[in-house]
Write a protein that binds this ligand. Structure first.
Ligand SMILES: Cc1cc2nc3c(=O)[nH]c(=O)nc-3n(C[C@H](O)[C@H](O)[C@H](O)COP(=O)(O)O)c2cc1C
Length: 169
């Protein structure tokens, strides 16, 4: 089993989730965890793709929202290519392997919109198998940290995904 975990993160919260997911999947195979800026545009050779990013303006980030995060909110890292752009640059048709999406969002459950839901929609259009529901992990404010227990929830989610896809017994 070979998995690719692609993430985008301005304050590091989504990166932490991505690394927790990758760590869990390592138990069943080889896992490459890569920032969207450096992710391959072909997923040939992988059996599973997991993609995660922060929710900006109710969806996946855009160049303008990322710049706003850095200039107006002092985010420490500015991704040049977010997961939205990475998905748009992926070779098509994508192989019919499973793909799952996750995001981070502020701790306001009534605020609509989710980067993961948008990413899952895109993954489906590209031809991936997207039976796994998108998952959200909550942060405090815009910069985080993640709420207590979210990294444990990320590990449990990754474990559940691998079981539901029968990648592990
Ligand atoms: C420009 C901008 C727009 C945002 N819009 C939303 C939003 O619509 N909904 C939400 O829940 N969080 C929103 N957030 C908060 C981000 O989701 C939060 O900063 C992110 O989860 C932190 O993850 P990171 O450390 O990986 O960047 C926004 C943040 C920024 C900077």
């Amino acid at each position: 089993m070979r998995a690719l975990v692609v993430y985008e993160s301005l304050w590091g919260n989504t990166e932490k989730v991505a690394r927790a997911v990758a760590e869990t999947l390592t138990g069943i195979g080889t896992v490459d965890v890569v920032e969207s800026d450096f992710a391959p545009t072909s997923v040939e050779g992988y059996d599973l793709v997991m993609v995660g990013g922060p929710t900006h303006a109710f969806s996946m980030t855009r160049a303008a929202t990322r710049t706003e995060a850095v200039t107006a909110r002092a985010a420490p890292h500015l991704p040049g290519r977010g997961i939205r752009e990475w998905l748009s640059e992926l070779d098509t048709p994508a192989p019919t392997i499973p793909a799952a999406a996750f995001d981070t969002r502020v701790d306001k459950p009534r605020l609509p919109g989710s980067a993961a839901k948008s990413a899952r929609h895109e993954l489906r259009s590209l031809g991936f198998e997207t039976s796994v529901k998108a998952e959200t992990f909550r942060v405090q404010g815009y910069e985080g940290p993640l709420l207590d227990g979210e990294l444990d929830r990320a590990r449990a989610w990754a474990d559940e995904v691998s079981k539901s896809l029968r990648l592990r017994p």
